[in-house]
Ligand binder design. Structure first.
Ligand SMILES: NC(=O)C1=CN([C@@H]2O[C@H](COP(=O)(O)OP(=O)(O)OC[C@H]3O[C@@H](n4cnc5c(N)ncnc54)[C@H](O)[C@@H]3O)[C@@H](O)[C@H]2O)C=CC1
Ligand SMILES: O=C([O-])C1=[NH+]CCC1
Length: 362
C-alpha cells in the first residue's frame, strides 16, 4: 500500500486516493481475516472412532477422569447443566454438554453432543444407543480445533468414573475385591466387566441382564477372551447382588433392580444407568441407609429426582474425597456413587486424545 501511494505525485491525486485506499484496505483486511479463519476451519481435524480406539488406553482415561473429578471439586472447572432435547413421542434425546477444565495436561474448553436412542441396539443392524462427538475449542480464540469422536470416550470415561469412585470409596479403605456384580450387560455392562477385572482383579464377576441370554453369552465370550472362568452369568438379580462386594448397575430400568435387603454391609455400588431420572435402579431404603457420593452435586441437582430428600445420605463429591476435603466412609453403611457423567470428563479425555493423536502423528 505504501509503495502504491508513492507512485502518485500531486496532493490532489493523493487526496482523491484516500477513500479508495481505505476501501481497498478494508477489503484486504476482511479478505485476509476471512481466509485465516476459513483456513483454520478448513483444516479442522476430525479424530474418528477408530483413531480413538487405537490411541486411548484405559490408564489414560482413568487418569484424565481422576483429574477432572479433582479439579471440579477444587473449583477449577466450569460446567453448565446439560440441555435435554427430547424428541416428542419417543425416548430419544439429544444432550449438549459444555465445559471448561483448567489443567496443564488435561485442560480443555469443549462441548459434547451426545444422543441417547435406546432403540438403536434392536435395529436390524444394531447400533449403540449412545453416540457422541466432542468439540475441542482453542482457549485463546474460541475457534474449533478439532472434533473428536466421542462414543468410545463416553463408554470408557463412564466406566473409568466408576473405577475412580471404587478406588477412593472402597479399595483404598482396604476392603476386599472378591465378588463384583454387574446388572445390565449392554455397552456399559461390558466395559465395566472388562475394566474392573483389569484394575481390581476380582475373583468372581457376576453378570445379570433382563434378557438372560445376553448375560450368558457375554460371560462365555469374556471367559474365552481372557482364558478364565471368573465371569459367571446369573438368571436372577437378587442372587447376583447378594454377597457381592461391589455392585454396578448399568440399565435403563425405570423400576428398582437392587434392594437394600440384598446388599452386603459395607458394599460399594456404582449406579450408572438412568431411565427418565437417576433415582430408579436402587430402592429408596438403600439410598437412605447408604453414604451417597456424586460426580458433581451441581450438575446432578436438576437431574437426579429425589436428591433433595437425601440430605442425610449425601456426603459430597468423589473429587472432594480425592482432594481430602472430605473423608470417605469407613463404616459399614454401603457407599453409593451416582455418576451422571460430566462434560469436564469429556473435555479431559478429549484433550488427551487430541494430544496423543499429534504425538503419534496419525
Ligand atoms: N452416567 C453416565 O455417565 C452414563 C450413563 N449411561 C446410562 O447407562 C445405561 C446403559 O447405557 P448403555 O450400556 O450404553 O446402553 P445399552 O443400550 O447398551 O444397554 C442398556 C441395558 O439396559 C437394559 N435394560 C433396558 N431396559 C431395562 C429394564 N426396563 N429393566 C432392566 N434392564 C433394562 C438392557 O437389557 C441393556 O442391558 C443407560 O441408562 C444410559 O443412559 C450411559 C453412558 C454414560
Ligand atoms: O454423560 C453422558 O454422556 C451421558 N449420560 C447419560 C447419557 C449420556
Amino acid at each position: 500500500m505504501f509503495i502504491y501511494q508513492q507512485l502518485y505525485k500531486t496532493e490532489y491525486q493523493k487526496q482523491n486516493l484516500i477513500i479508495p485506499q481505505i476501501l481497498v484496505l478494508n477489503v484486504l483486511t476482511v479478505y485476509f481475516t476471512f481466509n485465516l479463519v476459513s483456513t483454520w476451519q478448513d483444516k479442522m481435524l476430525y479424530i474418528n472412532e477408530s483413531n480413538v480406539k487405537d490411541i486411548l488406553t484405559w490408564e489414560k482415561t482413568f487418569e484424565a477422569v481422576e483429574v477432572a473429578m479433582k479439579r471440579l471439586s477444587s473449583g477449577q472447572t466450569v460446567q453448565m447443566p446439560r440441555t435435554h432435547t427430547i424428541i416428542p413421542g419417543s425416548d430419544n434425546v439429544l444432550l449438549t454438554m459444555p465445559g471448561y477444565l483448567k489443567d496443564e495436561k488435561f485442560g480443555a474448553l469443549g462441548c459434547k453432543l451426545v444422543t441417547y436412542f435406546p432403540g438403536n441396539p434392536k435395529r436390524t443392524e444394531a447400533l449403540p444407543s449412545i453416540n457422541a462427538n466432542i468439540m475441542i475449542l482453542d482457549e485463546a480464540t474460541g475457534i474449533m480445533k478439532a472434533v473428536v469422536a466421542g462414543t468410545e470416550i463416553t463408554t470408557q470415561r463412564t466406566s473409568a468414573a466408576s473405577a475412580v469412585a471404587t478406588k477412593y470409596l472402597y479399595v483404598n479403605q482396604g476392603k476386599a475385591c472378591n465378588i463384583l456384580a454387574i446388572l445390565g450387560t449392554g455397552i456399559q455392562g461390558r466395559i465395566h466387566a472388562e475394566m474392573f477385572r483389569h484394575f481390581f482383579h476380582f475373583q468372581e464377576i457376576r453378570l445379570w441382564n433382563r434378557t438372560k441370554e445376553k448375560a450368558k453369552s457375554l460371560a462365555e465370550e469374556l471367559n474365552r477372551k481372557f482364558d478364565t472362568n471368573v465371569f459367571k452369568y446369573y438368571e436372577n438379580n437378587e442372587s447376583c447382588v447378594r454377597g457381592a462386594d461391589v455392585i454396578v448397575t448399568t440399565t435403563a430400568s425405570p423400576v428398582h433392580i437392587v434392594h437394600y435387603a440384598w446388599v452386603k454391609p459395607g458394599a460399594h455400588i456404582n449406579a450408572v444407568g438412568a431411565s427418565r431420572n437417576h433415582f430408579s435402579e436402587l430402592d429408596e431404603q438403600l439410598y437412605r441407609n447408604s453414604d451417597l457420593y456424586l460426580d458433581s452435586v451441581e450438575t446432578m441437582k436438576p437431574e437426579m429426582a429425589g436428591l433433595d430428600m437425601l440430605t442425610d445420605s449425601l456426603r459430597g463429591e468423589v473429587g472432594a474425597v480425592i482432594n481430602k476435603m472430605i473423608p470417605s466412609s469407613p463404616n459399614e453403611r454401603p457407599t453409593i456413587f451416582n455418576g451422571g457423567g460430566m462434560a469436564v470428563e469429556d473435555c479431559a479425555v478429549g484433550r488427551a486424545v487430541y494430544d496423543l493423536y499429534h504425538e503419534r502423528k496419525i
